[in-house]
Ligand binder design. Structure first.
Ligand code: ADP
Ligand code: MG
Length: 215
């Protein structure tokens, strides 16, 4: 099944094709009809199954449709992707950036271990999509460098890994600051360790898609 068959918007199909990606992986085939339709989704799939594109496509498509770029405001992103580590946030941003560029949307990463100066400046200049680790994001929220009031779509990647690292309290506080009527996409290999509680609290009528088993 191609990305065209899945009704991925043409600018994104073109950006994917430029990267040699024409056919959707199973997790993408299963989730895209629902995520592109605005539904909350819980996706389960092992490492390497293609979860990053599965959420990056609907994140960009949902903003692109409304031409967020023309209404960009300082410190008020419209999409948020939470990732457990700096390495993962950087990888996700590398996947998101060319797709976001197709709509003139801006992305930035927020993580600890480096000076916050560049991150704060990027937020001030205005970004649409923030890819963040919970600790530094909470610091910057506390400082007023950004607000999540305008976030329309939120992704939680590697929720189980977040739990293992003890990040769920922070993730919970962050999700509670995103608008309750926004779209939310969670990806996790398992539903243990409190991930189930997070699902119950923050996903609405979610659809579960799992590619753990051979199909
Ligand atoms: P996961 O997050 O599920 O572990 P990734 O999103 O990191 O997996 O994807 C694993 C690899 O598969 C990456 O190298 C990515 O570029 C590649 N990939 C993902 N989707 C496709 C696709 N539809 N066609 C070709 N390669 C893909
Ligand atoms: Mg991944």
């Amino acid at each position: 099944m191609t990305f065209v068959d899945l009704d991925v918007p043409t600018p994104l199909v073109q950006a994917l094709a430029a990267d040699g990606k024409l056919l959707a992986f199973p997790i993408q085939q299963q989730t895209l009809p629902d995520t592109l339709n605005g539904r909350d989704v819980l996706g389960r799939g092992k490492t390497g199954s293609g979860k990053t594109l599965a959420f990056s496509i609907p994140v960009v498509a949902s903003l692109g449709e409304d031409d967020a770029a023309s209404s960009r405001r300082a410190g008020r992103p419209t999409a948020l992707v939470l990732a457990p580590t700096r390495e993962l946030a950087t990888q996700i941003n590398a996947v998101l950036e060319p797709l976001a560029a197709a709509y003139g949307l801006r992305t930035t990463t927020i993580f600890g271990g480096v000076s916050p100066k560049h991150q704060i400046n990027a937020l001030k200049a205005g970004v649409d999509i923030v890819v963040a680790c919970p600790g530094r994001l909470e610091d910057l929220l506390q400082q007023g460098a950004l607000t999540l009031d305008d976030v329309r779509i939120t992704v939680l990647d590697e929720a189980d890994h977040m739990a293992d690292l003890g990040f769920l309290p922070g993730v919970t506080r962050i999700l509670a600051k995103t608008p309750a009527d926004g779209q939310r996409l969670f990806f996790s290999a398992t539903l243990d360790n409190g991930v189930d509680k997070l699902v119950k609290r923050f996903l609405k009528d979610e659809l579960l898609h799992s590619v753990d088993e051979a199909t």
